[in-house]
Design a protein around this ligand. Structure first.
Ligand SMILES: [Fe+2]
Length: 286
């Protein structure tokens, strides 16, 4: 497995009113406030990462950054050499001026996403799981104009491995999870959804109840992904963001780099979700 990166730490969103969106994430979705500086708000799960979502004021909803953790400073430096060697625009590694701090840099991937790689950031010690709260990000699904090429980039340059590939998507990982990122083919470089890992099935069900009680209706679920044995529920949240509660995906799902059966059910079942969600673009220049 990769020595350059070892997980998805966080996602950064630009939204019209970060305080309003943070209120949703903290009071309904189940995250905690990790820090705040003006209109920049950082939210944590119950896991050790300093934060798993950050919100920043922007005129329209956008994904500003995907943040990957690296095991150590050497991993950051190695990642920097790899992405610059592959021709990507990147900042110099150094101190990270964000909640959580650490040592890292950002680069722009071939699809135009800004990605941060960080090590030595502050980690929480109070990491006991709580029934109603997400632990961390389980996975992100990103739309790419060339999912095969971008999957290959993350494998060749950052050390991810392909877990499964179908004619329309590729699932890759940098740790023992089934996948950390999935790239789906589509127009442009946008966010499909972010999945938040819940401790158990009952956590997902309770999350659904909480969301419904607050006027957010489930777009897809509660169900399981084919043979994955993960229990999930998708919602169109505030700002058109598609967010998911999920239990852990069985690392053995889909066999060894084989195709995942039953995936086409998604096209039928997600009509309601797709009617309400927005295309969330990446803004690498932000
Ligand atoms: Fe998902």
């Amino acid at each position: 497995m990769s020595s350059k990166v070892d997980g998805i730490r966080s996602v950064s969103f630009g939204v019209a009113d970060p305080h309003k969106t943070a209120k949703f994430f903290s009071e309904i979705w189940g995250l905690g406030v990790a820090g705040q500086s003006g209109d920049d708000i950082y939210l944590r799960g119950t896991g050790s990462y300093s934060h798993i979502v950050s919100l920043h004021q922007r005129p329209a909803t956008e994904m500003i950054e995907l943040s990957l953790s690296s095991p150590d400073r050497a991993g950051v430096d190695e990642s920097h050499r790899a992405v610059t060697g592959a021709g990507c625009e990147a900042t110099q590694p150094g101190s990270v001026d964000q909640v959580g701090g650490g040592y890292g840099f950002t680069f722009v991937d071939p699809d135009g996403r800004r990605v941060r790689i960080v090590a030595e950031d502050v980690r929480h010690r109070d990491t006991a799981e709580q029934l109603d709260k997400p632990v961390r990000i389980g996975h992100v699904v990103l739309i790419s104009p060339d999912f095969k090429a971008i999957g290959k980039f993350y494998c060749d340059v950052l050390g991810f491995e392909v877990r499964n590939q179908t004619p329309r998507n590729v699932f890759i990982r940098c740790n023992s999870d089934h996948h950390n990122i999935a790239f789906f083919g589509g127009d442009g470089s946008t966010l499909d959804h972010v999945a938040f890992l819940m401790p158990e099935v009952n956590s997902v069900v309770r999350g659904v109840t909480r969301m419904n009680a607050n006027g957010y209706h489930m777009g897809w679920g509660v169900s399981q992904h084919g043979d994955g044995e993960d229990v999930y529920a998708y919602f169109c949240g505030p700002d058109g963001l598609c967010i998911e509660y999920t239990t852990k995906v069985d690392p053995g799902w889909g066999g060894n780099k084989g195709e995942i059966e039953h995936w086409d059910v998604a096209e039928i079942a997600t009509d309601q979700l797709n009617a309400n969600r927005k295309k969330i673009p990446f803004r690498a220049s932000a």
